[in-house]
Design a protein around this ligand. Structure first.
Ligand code: NDP
Length: 285
């Protein structure tokens, strides 16, 4: 057992409700490592300084969350392929030459939750993604790779131009296209992912009854202590297979933990622990 306590943190603004410290401490306990993981609220104009100080003072690794993922990307000297594809980073560390290295584990986190925890295949599936923000940019590469380009992916977004740009940038990897919302096809999808942040303001994005088949899985990247507005809309339409993004959160954290500690923690017990914590929590986290 390693007896040195290494320091990690998540930086964001706001950051109060982040579950990351609890998740990483649960991983560390499970694999018998000593770490200290904290939340750091960073001023909107203070990211570069906060990151440099953290590592200069001996910090070992950082997670980066809203609204800093793209800014952190621009500060890195080295980027993994998946970070480059996402154009954003959520995991940072210093290499032996004290250069800032960035990775993005969000896409892998969602992929693992869907395929391993929820047994959803992606190959040859019809997939509808609602939203075209930073998170979607991070998941498209892993999705298209996992399905070896055989999935059909439609992106719909409130601002059509952003969806069209993403589809254009990823179309060399597979069958991906975008449409204006009012031209959305009235056909069923196997998997519908809500990657908009509308749930954070209590709203649900459009969910047409024609998109739902008995087997359709509806996944909301947002999570909380009760059914999100999108999952409530899915429930009203009789969707049985509906899940929030807590599993994704734990899976992306596990991938970051493994990068830092070279040990892959088990996620199922931590997802259960976080769900229990959330059910006792009075507010969305
Ligand atoms: P961005 O801010 O980059 O993008 C937000 C997206 O939501 C845009 O497509 C935006 O559309 C759309 N949107 C916002 N409000 C509405 C609304 N009222 N109606 C319809 N569409 C709306 O956010 P991210 O891509 O980084 O994150 C998206 C969501 O995923 C967030 O809620 C975030 O918390 C969650 N997330 C969860 C993770 C997890 O581990 N579970 C990891 C990463 C993200 P427009 O382009 O028109 O503005």
């Amino acid at each position: 057992m390693n007896t040195q306590t290494d320091r990690y943190a998540v930086m964001g603004n706001p950051i109060e409700h982040s579950l990351s410290p609890m998740i990483h401490h649960a991983f560390a306990k499970q694999v018998q490592e000593l770490i200290h993981y904290e939340k750091i609220k960073v001023p909107l104009d203070g990211l570069a300084e906060a990151i440099s100080s953290f590592f200069a003072e001996g910090g070992k690794g950082l997670n980066i969350t809203v609204p800093f993922k793209q800014e952190a990307y621009n500060l890195c000297c080295h980027l993994t392929d998946r970070a480059q594809q996402a154009n954003a980073v959520n995991t940072l560390y210093w290499n032996e030459d004290q250069q800032l290295c960035g990775d993005n584990t969000d896409g892998t986190g969602l992929l693992r939750d869907l395929t391993q925890n929820l047994s959803q295949i992606l190959a040859e599936q019809r997939i509808l993604i609602l939203g075209a923000g930073g998170a979607v940019r991070g998941i498209l590469g892993p999705f298209l790779f996992n399905s070896q380009g055989s999935a059909e992916i439609l992106i719909l977004n409130r601002t059509y131009s952003k969806a069209a740009l993403l589809a254009e940038q990823f179309q060399h990897l597979g069958n991906i296209y975008a449409l204006p919302i009012d031209q959305a096809p009235k056909k069923a999808f196997d998997l519908i992912i809500n990657a908009t942040s509308s749930g954070l303001s209590g709203e649900a994005p459009l969910l047409l009854p024609e998109w739902i088949a008995p087997h359709t899985l509806c996944y909301d990247m947002v999570y909380g202590n009760q059914l999100t507005p999108f999952l409530q809309a899915a429930a009203q339409q009789g969707v049985q297979r509906k899940y929030d993004g807590l599993g994704m959160l734990v899976e992306q954290a596990a991938e970051a933990f493994c990068l830092w500690r070279n040990k892959q923690p088990k996620t199922a017990p931590v997802i259960r622990q976080m769900r229990q914590h959330n059910s006792q929590s009075p507010q969305l986290s």
